[in-house]
Design a protein around this ligand. Structure first.
Ligand code: 13P
Ligand code: SF4
Length: 310
């Protein structure tokens, strides 16, 4: 097997293996927009957190290979309990999701018994189970606006997405001090410099960036929102304030447009852990199955279902 691998270009060896195994196993490969280019290229669906959850909920494949970070695969396991969900590298976590535990949230709820808990999907199943409703960066504003009767809202774990939502709604929001280390690497100075270097470019950032960065951009959108924006916009040059993997997708879809990363530091190391070799190994051995205990899954699914209804 190794000699064949050596003879062929390594990527094509794994692509052939994945193509064969996905058919044999009746598997679907879902990939987030931040995945490596070669992983995006072999996926059946590439999208943002909301799109991936929707795909996971409706697929009729037996196996979901989730190329993303752990909370995303866990969300697929919550929504599709009858499927086998596998993650090619189980070390691919999201530091933001680890910034709050279910116990932390229970304590905070005791301090604010009247608060409605809105939980960003970048969180563990345990935390979702303690929450009233989930949101993604695509629908966070609509989710908060839907809670017309809420006296106050406790938004966890991303303080920055929470502040962005607060700036666009009239809701009274309490924040949790969580953050994305990758998106906080973009500074206001980076945006000012990029705009000086590319004066004709539009600038679109992710709402996990700081509010100071968002205020200097033309818009803050989820990765799926950025893809739609670029598809509709006449702009030929766009400064991107989100993870590098999205620029791969945008450049592939729009070869005549120019994309500039706001800073070269926009790399999520966890998203880059997934490789073609690990996807092939996960499929071959059906390894790294993601499971959620049923009592947690049922409660977490309620919070996700409320979001999906919006
Ligand atoms: P999107 O839902 O916008 O793809 O964001 C996911 C994420 O983890 C951003 O850091
Ligand atoms: Fe988590 Fe940030 Fe990576 Fe998204 S980019 S998975 S929020 S660490």
């Amino acid at each position: 097997m190794d000699s064949l691998k050596d003879e062929l270009n390594e990527d094509s060896y794994y692509i052939d293996l994945i193509t064969r195994l996905r058919k044999e196993r009746n598997a679907v490969i879902l990939a987030h927009n931040y995945q490596r280019g070669e992983v995006q290229d072999i996926a059946d669906y590439v999208g943002d957190s909301l799109g991936l959850s929707q795909q996971a909920a409706k697929t009729d494949a037996d196996i979901i290979v989730f190329c993303g970070v752990f909370f995303m695969a866990e969300t697929a396991a919550i929504l599709s309990p009858q499927k086998t969900v596998i993650i090619p590298d189980p070390r691919a976590g999201c530091p933001m999701a680890d910034m709050i535990t279910a116990e932390d949230l229970r304590q905070k709820k005791q301090e604010h018994p009247e608060a409605t808990v809105v939980c960003y999907v970048n969180s563990s199943a345990d935390v979702k189970a303690e929450s009233d409703i989930c949101c993604t960066s695509t629908n966070a504003i609509q989710v908060v606006e839907s809670l017309k009767d809420a006296k106050e809202i406790l938004f966890v774990p991303d303080e920055h997405l929470g502040r962005f939502v607060a700036s666009r709604t009239k809701a009274d929001i309490l924040f949790w001090p969580g953050f994305c280390p990758t998106h906080l690497r973009v500074t206001p100075e980076d945006i000012i410099k990029a705009r000086e270097e590319h004066p004709n470019a539009k600038c679109i950032v992710h709402p996990e960036c700081s509010i100071e960065v968002i205020m200097l951009a033309d818009e803050a959108l989820s990765t799926g929102g950025i893809i739609k924006y670029v598809g509709k916009s006449d702009a030929g040059e766009i400064i991107i304030g989100t993870e590098l993997g999205l620029a791969y997708r945008l450049q592939k879809d729009h070869p005549h447009k120019r994309f500039y990363l706001a800073t070269q530091k926009l790399v999520c190391p966890n998203m880059k852990l997934t490789t073609l070799e690990k996807v092939a190994a996960a499929l071959e051995n059906i390894q790294h199955v993601v499971k959620v205990p049923e009592n947690i899954r049922v409660r977490a699914k309620l919070a996700l279902d409320r979001m999906m209804e919006i």
